[in-house]
Design a protein around this ligand. Structure first.
Ligand code: 5RP
Length: 235
């Protein structure tokens, strides 16, 4: 069954609810990974309010946008360094299935997200009800691609049965979208992704693909709003 359509106001409300539920997982002294996108932004704002009230945490953001927001709301930030690990990362998703396999990268932050989440002891996904799907693939799968390699990446995606679309910037419609690293995003339509465990490594092996948006075996739990209430899902 397709995910229910939500009004923008309901979706925003659900994101705030999921973020509030995730905030209850945070303890004094934790080192946090801070996700990207609008649900993560809700979490960062709520976390900032808790920091103003005395909560002691620090964190690293998965995008420049989240880093700027975290700085604005007063969350102490840590630069990347060897050995840095995260007690808890809270991040959104574009789609998740019942095994907590994710499509991420709708906001273009997949490389930093996968880096931080691989260095995390616990990844908690926060999502409104529209994100939970029976099978991944309605949402096009993002790839972060080195610009020089683009033509051959497009050929390779097509050879794997996908329809690749180079993402354009929302603000300057003729311009190709650039990630925080200056790379391109290619959104790949594969239809239903019935075997993500096979597809992920095939995409990752294409020369020029820096990262692909299937996050498999990383999420330990998800807070998804169902019938207006936060529900905890585990793989
Ligand atoms: C960014 C992401 C986001 O987590 C994903 O796009 C979800 O965003 P939102 O919470 O705005 O729906 O992967 O790269």
């Amino acid at each position: 069954m397709p995910a229910p359509l939500l009004s923008p106001a309901t979706q925003e409300h659900e994101k705030a609810l999921a973020a509030a539920a995730a905030l209850r997982w945070v303890r004094d002294g934790m080192v946090l990974g801070l996700g990207s996108g609008s649900t993560s932004a809700q979490f960062i704002r709520q976390l900032g309010a808790a920091v103003q009230q005395g909560l002691k945490v620090s964190g690293t953001a998965t995008s420049l946008a989240s880093e700027n927001l975290a700085r604005q709301v007063g969350i102490p930030l840590l630069e990347p360094r060897r050995g840095l690990r995260f007690d808890l990362t809270v991040d959104g998703a574009d789609e998740l299935d019942g095994q907590l396999r994710l499509i991420k990268g709708g906001g273009g932050a997949l490389l930093r997200e996968k880096t931080i989440e691989t260095a995390s002891n616990y990844l908690l996904v926060v999502a409104d009800s529209s994100k939970l799907v029976p099978v991944l693939g309605d949402f096009p799968l993002p790839l972060e691609v080195v610009p020089f390699t683009l033509p051959w990446v497009l050929d390779a995606v097509q050879a794997l049965g996908g329809s690749p679309v180079v993402r354009t910037s929302l603000t300057e419609s003729a311009e190709q979208y650039r990630t925080d690293q200056g790379n391109l995003i290619v959104d790949c339509h594969f239809g239903q992704i019935t075997d993500p465990d096979a597809l992920g490594p095939q995409l990752q092996a294409i020369p020029g693909v820096v990262e692909q948006g299937l996050f498999l075996g990383l999420a330990k739990a998800a807070i998804v709003i169902q019938h207006g209430q936060p529900m905890l899902l585990k793989p």
